[in-house]
Design a protein around this ligand. Structure first.
Ligand code: AMP
Ligand code: FE
Ligand code: FE
Ligand code: ZN
Length: 290
């Protein structure tokens, strides 16, 4: 079983449409894929449609989202799986975070423009389409203009990285509140890339312990932004705190270098996530192509 529990589509900052993501996941040999766009479930319906149309290889879809959170000024990402997308409290919070992405992205563009950088909102809006707009779309705009050579280069303080003059915060959830809301909606939470230092400041191990005490289900251990010693340390922390250790690609299509299934989750861990969820069940593809 090959299980990838963290991917993005054009519903946020990935470049595959949800349909393409489903077909690519099947074609690449995955058995289970979770669609976890930033702060939105906007890609779920299209992903389900692609699943229902039938695939060469059977595939199971885990519906989810990656919720933007902040604690003591530190950004963190909370993966939420198999929650009820209609549950009103979590629905509202997702909307608040997602909606604030627009004025925030406009503010970043304005700050760049004030510094003489020739990007504009129309360009960023075109790149984001109907996806939840984020810094990767602005990074793509900078690349289109030939100002940076890669998406990664845009995430330095000189451009739109944290701590830089063009960085603007967005409304984000308190992670303890996120855990409560997701549970209330019948879902399961996994702290995404908890030690990804290249993205900015990360939380202490004590905070991970506090999150665990408040109902966090798991932490992402195997992730491209964790080096080998970090993965070993995260695996130990997970074992000590009784957290489920997951592995996933954090696939963003062509916006990142990682491939679907680059890291995977153990079947037993996956089964435990599914058994804890009451908000939704995984969905399986039709038996074959019709
Ligand atoms: P935002 O939510 O708009 O602040 O953008 C955060 C997203 O930017 C993350 O989900 C990643 O997809 C991407 N990102 C963050 N840091 C980096 C980095 N150092 N290199 C490439 N992409 C990054
Ligand atoms: Fe992203
Ligand atoms: Fe993330
Ligand atoms: Zn992600």
């Amino acid at each position: 079983m090959r299980i990838d529990l963290h991917t993005h589509s054009t519903a946020s900052d990935g470049t595959d449409t949800p349909e393409e993501l489903i077909r690519n996941a099947s074609a690449t040999g995955l058995d289970v894929v979770a669609l976890t766009d930033h702060d939105t479930v906007g890609g779920h319906a299209k992903a389900v449609k692609a699943l229902r149309e039938g695939l060469e290889r059977p595939l199971t879809l885990v519906t989810g989202a990656e919720l933007s959170c902040r604690l003591n000024g530190i950004s963190l990402h909370m993966l939420a799986y198999l929650f009820d997308p209609q549950e009103p409290e979590l629905f509202r919070e997702r909307e608040l975070v997602r909606d604030d992405r627009v004025p925030r992205a406009k503010a970043i563009v304005e700050k760049l423009r004030q510094r003489g950088v020739p990007v504009n909102w129309d360009q960023v809006a075109r790149i984001a389409g109907d996806g939840a707009v984020g810094r990767p779309h602005i990074a793509t705009a900078l690349m289109e203009k030939g100002l940076v050579g890669s998406i990664g280069e845009a995430f330095t303080p000189e451009w739109i990285g944290p701590g830089g003059p063009a960085y603007v915060e967005k409304h984000e959830l308190d992670p303890f509140e996120a855990i409560r809301l997701v549970k209330h909606a019948g879902g399961v939470t996994v702290f995404a890339h908890p030690a990804a230092v290249k993205r900015g400041v990360t939380v202490s191990d004590d905070i991970i312990a506090e999150l665990a005490a408040r109902g966090l289900d798991g932490i992402e251990v195997d992730h491209m932004d964790h080096d080998a010693p970090t993965r070993a340390r995260m695996r130990t922390i997970a074992a000590e705190l009784g957290l489920l250790p997951t592995g996933s690609s954090d696939y963003h299509g062509s916006r990142k270098t990682c491939r679907l299934g680059e890291h995977t989750t153990d079947p037993e861990v996956y089964e435990e996530i599914v058994s804890r969820a009451t908000g939704a069940a995984p969905l399986s593809s039709a038996a074959g192509r019709v």
